[in-house]
Design a protein around this ligand. Structure first.
Ligand code: GLU
Length: 553
């Protein structure tokens, strides 16, 4: 037995498996050529960040568009950040958006797939097995330095103006301890971490091809990175390498904040004898700071919209949020959408290479516009269902009114919908109550604000005349023809162009006449098709509203 083998045995007496055993437990995936395996790997913070949803979408689209698989792995090795059941909120967030992984964690303590466990705290034996084999090969060693010693080292490097800071080379006190000393200190119960014995050369550079950013070159890693902490739990770097190898990830897609760690990871993959995965570093989701006007990261503390729950609470349809994220993910998405207005987003030919490498600006105004488009092409039945569901939790009173007569409410939502040019008035479910309130007597209060350029007497004359000719059976054409006919005798013109030419010749035009009727019936100056509205309200209600308006003049 070599000293390294003896050392490995001393450090890991309970580890009986070998890395080869795990190679067999987690065989190569049987996937078609070109299929990509991706993973989304959040820490269990009990919170799904919009940037997380963005990242997960990229993972899933990459896998889906190549016939591969995407899985959800929970990275809970950083005990400080962990909160009790930090997983459910993440899983629920994905569920709400119908973002489904092929494998991995499915809830607090549940998972599916052949490459599990998908929670890092349940894989400690794997990391220790691999660390043990690195010690056996002389590629890792125990480091007994205390926190005070490490602080002193940092201070020394700072005072010396060292270009590279950290535990490496001549600063790495424990790197070359004799086996006898290591043995004595382990047996004396000293606390230690396991470090990589870096083979890097500070004068050499390492290059890799980032799928999104192209070739990236950096100095080689020379730091003796911690692989296992003193409690035997791995660091992010080591767990990432072990997991992405054994879970057979082909594409490590993650936030750009990890780019600087790639040399470390490449060295670790090589030390373990693993094939390198492809790396793709996605841009951060940014916003314009209201105070400074500068771009900055969406912050959990400052920005309510950083949490995906914000969009749920506000009543944005999941389709809108996903659609908007896609516009950020691939700049050609919007062209595709224009060409395929009603196609499901899963049909979009996603291309990881086409992702922009600079930060994506998350813009709520743009989200609103996207959402209006998305809702405008939904069927009335779909909108009804969504509104009923959302208001059930968020606005029980409105929900009761809205769902009392589903046929009526669906008809209300169908005004100017399911037609070639649907209106784009609604961006989120929370706006529907206000949008439709005048169609429900329980919600409607008359509040007439007639156009100030019209005389009261003329308004009264219009409404009185209209009451005479009003027939609830009129279809759209007859309805409009009647309004046109009313114009001239009342001093208005049915011809808007004519009015524009000689405005002084008329009291107003046909639009003003219908505007008066609109205000009397709905208390609004802007509504969808008024004829359809009047048909839904019915004769008695329309007549009552017109008479009420006349009585106020
Ligand atoms: N757990 C890491 C994080 O939350 C994941 C990074 C990665 O995807 O590799 O940032």
């Amino acid at each position: 037995m070599t000293n390294n083998e003896k050392l490995a045995q001393l450090l890991f007496p309970d580890i009986t498996k070998t890395p080869e055993d795990y190679e067999k437990i987690y065989p190569l995936r049987n996937l078609p050529e070109g299929a990509r395996v991706t993973r989304f790997a959040p820490s269990p913070t009990g919170y799904l960040h919009i940037g997380g949803l963005f990242g997960a979408l990229v993972d899933i689209l990459t896998a889906q568009s190549t016939g591969g698989a995407a899985f959800l792995r929970i990275e809970d090795t950083d005990q400080k950040r962990e909160i009790d059941d930090g997983v459910s909120a993440i899983v629920k967030g994905f569920d709400y958006f119908s973002v489904a992984f092929d494998e991995g964690v499915t809830g607090f303590g549940t998972e599916k797939g052949e490459y599990g466990p998908y929670t890092q705290s349940k894989r400690v034996e794997i990391y220790q097995t691999i660390a043990k084999s690195l010690v056996e090969k002389g590629l890792a060693y125990p480091c007994f330095c205390t926190a005070d010693e490490l602080t002193a080292l940092r201070e020394k490097q700072e005072s010396e103006g060292a270009l590279i800071k950290g535990y490496f080379g001549k600063y790495a006190k424990c790197r070359d301890l004799s086996f006898e000393e290591q043995e004595a200190r382990i047996k004396a119960g000293e606390s230690y971490v396991i470090r990589l014995r870096s083979q890097g050369d500070e004068n050499k550079r390492i290059a890799f091809e980032d799928v999104i950013r192209g070739k990236i070159e950096m100095p080689e890693n020379t730091i003796d990175e911690v692989l296992l902490k003193s409690d035997g739990i791995p660091t992010y770097h080591f767990a990432h390498v072990c997991d992405d190898h054994l879970m057979r990830t082909t594409h490590v897609i993650r936030g750009e904040e990890w780019i600087s760690s790639v040399p470390k990871h490449i060295e670790l993959f090589r030390a373990c004898g693993y094939k390198l995965p492809k790396f793709a570093h996605t841009p951060q989701v940014l916003k314009i700071d209201e105070e400074t006007g500068d771009k900055r990261k969406l912050s959990k503390r400052k920005d309510p919209e950083a949490a995906v729950s914000y969009f749920v609470d506000e009543g944005f349809p999941k389709e809108s949020v996903l659609e908007y994220l896609l516009t950020l993910i691939n700049s050609n998405f919007e062209d595709w959408r224009r060409a395929n207005p009603r196609e499901d987003i899963s049909k979009f030919p996603f291309n990881l290479k086409k992702m922009s490498s600079s930060g994506c600006l998350f813009d709520l105004v743009k989200l609103n516009d996207v959402s209006k488009n998305v809702i405008s092409v939904m069927s009335a039945a779909q909108v009804y269902e969504n509104v009923a569901k959302w208001t059930e939790a968020a606005d029980k009173d409105f929900c009761a009114v809205f769902t009392a007569d589903p046929v009526y409410s669906t008809a209300v939502l169908n005004i100017d919908r399911e037609c070639p040019k649907p209106r784009k008035d609604i961006a989120k479910w929370s706006e529907v109550k206000d949008y439709v309130s005048y169609l429900y007597n329980e919600l409607y209060t008359a509040d007439f604000r007639f156009d100030e350029k019209l005389d009261k007497a003329d308004i009264k004359a219009i409404l009185t005349k209209y009451l005479e000719v009003y027939d609830p059976a009129d279809g759209k054409d007859e309805w409009f023809a009647k309004i046109k006919e009313m114009c001239e005798p009342l001093g208005f013109t049915p011809n808007v162009k004519e009015y524009k030419k000689t405005p002084e010749a008329f009291k107003g035009h046909v639009g003003d006449v219908s505007g008066v009727i609109r205000m009397a019936v709905t208390s609004r100056s802007n509504t969808p098709d008024l004829c359809a509205i009047m048909q839904l309200l019915g004769k008695d209600e329309v007549t009552a509203r017109l008479n009420n308006a006349i009585s106020t003049l």
